[in-house]
Design a protein around this ligand. Structure first.
Ligand code: PLP
Length: 408
């Protein structure tokens, strides 16, 4: 049974007032709140274990290693990776994509005039690392266009995929608009029309969907812990074993070596080759607790609840005269992104909502090309998590109406 009251009781942060009003947290696409089980796991690590991993013979170090490796296995099963060593701990999605871009660059995988394809709907962290790789190598960046609904125009792939295409990197769900991209169709096209590697940015899909990387058949899948109820500063890069094996390390340092001398260093096997330095042990362990939390609630329950919130939010907001939802006609998950006609600055709306205790995101959401496409400086974005309620959507709609009255 899905019991929203019981779920909310697991999020202590929701019991507070902001600006004299009960907090309504609708900024989950930026970072979700954390349930008690995650907070306690993190605290317990520092109170009872706190030792470095993989290096110590002493009991606490072994315990820390065991807990962290156990968490890696939880993530492995959560995304259905074939092996636990295909799951690399990172600081988040941004680091995951940079790791792939640098490592493939260092492995001579990309050469002058090769091509990398991304989409118009990407977060800056799935644009800039590829631009930088192109600058280093002379490769070209190509971009799948969108239509007026924000839907990717996939015939672009038919016209542009070729043996020159080395990487295709797209998100599964757009953070700015919430649009669900047809990654299965994209991957099918990429597989039949090129031998490119397929990277999926799952930052906005992992919090809402069941993920099966083997079924999707992507080469890489990256995401952040903090958007899926885990602490900040932890994330995952999944990669297929045979590809990770061929990749050069991203960072050099401790943990990632097999042998090291001044003459020559040899590298450790997976996953350690790609995990130089002391990891965020407590955070990585707490990521496992976030996986447990999501599984216990049930991913399908989370999805159903958030779909109901999205549908209701769309209905309530569209009742407001002059309110435009971007990507309204597209299939979406967890996000409504909108502006009020005649109100030039989205942050004005955000500030009024904040005074009412309602936390939303305003601005370009690290997706300036999308904002340019729609010819706006930014939007107001409300994004949902499992603990949000229909009553909170009512309050949002009332808050937006108030903002409209005040700003027009
Ligand atoms: N990709 C998408 C789709 C995102 O929504 C975000 C964050 O908002 C990122 C990448 C970057 O994630 P992080 O800042 O956790 O590295």
């Amino acid at each position: 049974m899905f019991d929203i009251k019981e779920i909310r009781s697991q999020f202590p942060i929701l019991n507070q007032q902001v600006n004299g009003k009960p907090l309504i947290y609708l900024d989950n696409a930026a970072s979700s709140q954390k349930p008690i089980s995650v907070l306690e796991t993190w605290q317990k690590y520092y109170e009872e274990i706190n030792a470095n991993v993989h290096r110590g013979i002493h009991t606490l170090s072994q315990l820390a290693t065991e807990e962290m490796e156990n968490s890696r296995k939880k993530v492995q099963h959560f995304i259905n990776a074939k092996h636990d060593y295909e799951v690399i701990f990172t600081r988040g999605t941004t680091e995951g994509i940079n790791l792939i871009a640098y490592s493939l660059g260092n492995s001579n995988f990309i050469k002058k005039d090769d091509e990398i394809i991304i989409s118009y709907l990407e977060h800056h962290s799935n644009i800039v690392p590829w631009q930088m790789l192109c600058e280093r190598t002379g490769a070209k960046l190509k971009v799948i266009p969108i239509d007026e609904n924000g839907i990717l125009q996939l015939d672009f792939l038919d016209q542009n995929l070729s043996e020159k295409t080395k990487i295709v990197s797209v998100n599964q769900v757009s953070n700015a608009l919430g649009i669900i991209n047809p990654i299965e169709e994209i991957i099918a096209k990429v597989r039949t029309q090129s031998s490119a590697l397929m990277v999926i940015d799952g930052a906005q899909s992992v919090p809402h969907f069941e993920i099966d990387v083997q079924k999707i058949d992507c080469d890489f899948f990256v995401f952040s812990g903090h958007k899926m109820y885990a602490p900040m500063g932890v994330g995952i890069l999944y990669g297929k074993e045979e590809i990770l094996e061929k990749m050069q390390p991203f960072h050099g340092g401790g943990e990632m070596i097999a042998t090291c001398s001044f003459e020559k260093t040899t590298y450790a096997g997976l996953p350690f080759k790609l995990e130089a330095g002391t990891p965020n042990v407590g955070g990585n362990i707490a990521l496992g607790a976030a996986v447990d939390f999501m599984k216990k609630v049930g991913i399908q329950n989370i999805r159903n609840h958030e779909n109901a919130l999205l549908e209701y939010a769309q209905k309530k907001l569209l009742e407001i005269d002059g309110l435009k939802i971007y990507g309204e006609k597209a299939k979406r998950a967890g996000v409504v992104s909108f502006n009020l006609e005649g109100v030039g600055i989205a942050s004005d709306v955000g500030m009024i909502l904040d005074k009412l205790g309602i936390a939303v995101r305003t601005g370009h959401h690290c997706t300036q090309p999308i904002m340019d496409f729609f010819n706006v400086a930014g939007t107001v974005r409300a994004s949902f998590a499992v603990f949000n309620t229909l009553e909170e959507i009512d309050a949002l709609a009332e808050g937006v109406k108030k903002a409209q009255r005040m700003l027009m």
